[in-house]
Design a protein around this ligand. Structure first.
Ligand SMILES: Cc1cc2nc3c(=O)[nH]c(=O)nc-3n(C[C@H](O)[C@H](O)[C@H](O)COP(=O)(O)OP(=O)(O)OC[C@H]3O[C@@H](n4cnc5c(N)ncnc54)[C@H](O)[C@@H]3O)c2cc1C
Length: 565
């Protein structure tokens, strides 16, 4: 098959030789290089002295070298790359996952959720589903009875089990933005104050959330349409059930186009959110994913290039203070293509909580960056995530047509004792299910350590059962109330026999800002080493976090480029 060729040959993707020419070859390129460095420094005239120094220092090493490398291309990586490119800084993005820009022989780039094919999961035949079963039938059963015609490959979603909880993440150019539910939740001023006590909420919301909204093409539903379309009947039932229990709802904006949904309903365009696509990508309609917004704009600056299917396996710093990343490139089917080293003056880690923490912990514990603080890996939290489902009355069907996007959220964030935000999710099956499911976020003070194990060269998260039990107890207080008010009952067949599923799609922390880094993500004790992703967040925000991760990343890179402290 030609897939790996497509990945490597795509127009967004530069071959290593192109990347070299983007920065000038290492030897005998002094003039080009100095000219570039001069213009980079000029473009960042507002930058602080440390940044200017880092961008103008010559590097003698015999390997490709960039002014900046960004590891990972999700929200944090996309923001970093775009703003560096706009500041004239020659930047390379290194991303472990695929660039999903070409359809396969079936005309599609992405797998449906049901039945899923092997494009769904990262080197697995069983799609990593948040809803792993229904009435005794599991995703593993479905994978057996409807085997994928696709080979096992670098699929887009990965599930990892750490202690008493499961983490789901996106592995792709665009990171989590490619597979998330596109729920653009806006934190309340109180949530901003609690998560970032040193940031003025009106500045965070008015400047950085607004910037994120604009770039991520966040759009809002037409309420007249929402109130009558069969595709949101389940959401309206969810609203009614929340109201009966005394809860308001929050109508989130979306990175998926509501206009596209209207056209899906009218049969004018191919269906995506209305045809079982979401957790493994959308072939259409998801206009605000990071590959199409931040990354595309970064590449357009002419200063940024992208290397996909390339994992950064470790990082170090040379005595010359050049940072060096060691890379491993594979093809779509897992065959190793190359190993290499790339140098840079500034290193931005945006590999998500699992990726960024692994790189820093490995560097500290193997002695590559020995002065990294003991605070790296501390303060991990799961945003209070837990999932639950309940029945609805016979007289209140949820419908057989359900949009996979544009949820509403039970909103009890103003409850001082047990704040809650719960995104209603759809279960679109051809038969009426009489079921409502929720992605619940309750308040938790529980934090775990992420640690690196040298023998297995892997991280683990010490997440004990008691942490999950605490989340379940809080979520149960809310949903006992919802069930009682509506004559509903819990459903456990959705989650392989459990009523509350310890799934998180919102891992947060490990490199908490103000603790392991300064307020803008500068890693303590290492100049020109930055974290810019969800690892900076405290372990709990209390609503879906991608808007806050993006807004914070915007604030960080603006501050770094301006030399703010
Ligand atoms: C199924 C699902 C549903 C979700 N739904 C929502 C939602 O509706 N609303 C919401 O607000 N949030 C949602 N989220 C969460 C949201 O997507 C994340 O909070 C967000 O993506 C985190 O951004 P980030 O920049 O920290 O990292 P990510 O977006 O995870 O990006 C990190 C990138 O780094 C790459 N990487 C990792 N390690 C390496 C390495 N060593 N070398 C090179 N590259 C590497 C990864 O492949 C990935 O592309 C969801 C997440 C999932 C998985």
């Amino acid at each position: 098959m030609a897939h790996s060729q497509r990945d490597r040959g795509s127009k967004l993707h530069r071959a290593p030789s192109d990347e070299k020419s983007a920065v000038g070859s290492r030897r005998g390129a002094g003039i080009t290089r100095r000219r570039f460095l001069y213009s980079a420094a000029g473009a960042t005239a507002a930058a602080g002295a440390g940044v200017i120094y880092a961008l103008t220092r010559e590097q003698p090493a015999a390997r490709p070298h960039y002014a900046a490398i960004v590891v990972g291309s999700g929200y944090g990586g996309g923001v970093s790359a775009l703003r560096l490119g706009q500041a004239g800084v020659q930047t390379l993005i290194v991303e472990k996952g695929r660039l999903w820009d070409h359809p396969d022989d079936d005309g599609k780039r992405f797998s449906k959720m049901l039945p899923a094919d092997n494009r769904a999961g990262w080197f697995t035949t069983v799609a990593p589903s948040l809803i792993p079963s229904f009435e005794g039938i599991s995703m593993a059963d479905i994978a057996k009875s409807v085997p994928s015609t696709q080979p096992v490959q670098a699929g887009i979603c990965e599930r990892v089990v750490y202690g008493a909880h499961n983490i789901f993440r996106g592995v792709a150019v665009g990171g989590g933005s490619m597979i998330n539910a596109a729920i653009a939740a806006i934190p309340t001023p109180g949530q901003v104050r609690q998560a970032f006590p040193d940031i003025d909420p009106s500045e965070f919301l008015g400047t950085y959330i607004e910037r994120a909204k604009q770039t991520l093409r966040i759009n809002y539903r037409d309420m007249g349409w929402f109130e009558q379309t069969p595709w949101f009947q389940y959401a309206r039932v969810g609203r009614q059930y929340a109201a009966a229990a005394g809860y308001a709802v929050d109508y989130n904006g979306s990175a998926y186009s509501f206009d596209y949904m209207k056209q899906e309903e009218a049969g004018q365009v191919p269906r995506s959110a209305f045809d079982l696509e979401q957790q493994y990508g959308n072939n259409y309609g998801r206009l605000g994913s990071v590959d199409q917004t931040y990354i595309a704009a970064a590449l357009k600056t002419g200063k940024v290039s992208l290397k996909s299917m390339t994992e950064v396996v470790d990082i170090r710093r040379e005595p010359s203070v050049e940072y060096v990343v060691s890379t491993r490139q594979i093809d779509r089917f897992g065959k190793e293509i190359a190993r290499g080293e790339i140098g840079c003056n500034q290193l931005y880690l945006s590999a998500g909580v699992l990726g960024t923490n692994r790189l820093l912990l490995r560097a500290r514990d193997t002695g590559a960056l020995p002065d990294l603080s003991a605070d790296i890996g501390r303060g991990y939290g799961n945003n209070g995530d837990v999932m639950v489902a309940h029945t609805t009355k016979h007289s209140e069907p949820v419908g057989t047509q359900q949009s996979l996007m544009g949820f509403i959220n039970l909103d009890g964030r103003d409850d001082p004792d047990n704040p809650v935000y719960a995104s209603v999710f759809s279960i679109p099956l051809p038969e009426e299910t009489h079921t409502l499911g929720y992605y619940v976020m309750v308040k938790t003070g529980d934090r775990a350590d992420i640690t690196y194990d040298r023998a297995s060269d892997a991280i683990s998260i010490n997440w004990p059962q008691s942490y999950t039990d605490n989340l379940v107890a809080r979520a149960q207080t809310v949903f006992d109330r919802v069930n009682k008010a509506n004559g509903a009952e819990y459903r456990s067949d959705i989650f392989e026999g459990q009523v509350f599923a310890p799934n998180t799609v919102h891992p947060l922390g490990g490199c908490e800002r103000g603790v392991a880094t300064d307020s803008f993500g500068r890693v303590k004790r290492y100049d020109n080493l930055f974290v810019n992703d969800a690892s900076l967040m405290p372990g709990y925000l209390g609503c879906n976090p991608f808007m806050s991760v993006t807004a914070l990343a915007e604030r960080n890179i603006e501050g770094v480029l301006a030399g703010r402290r």
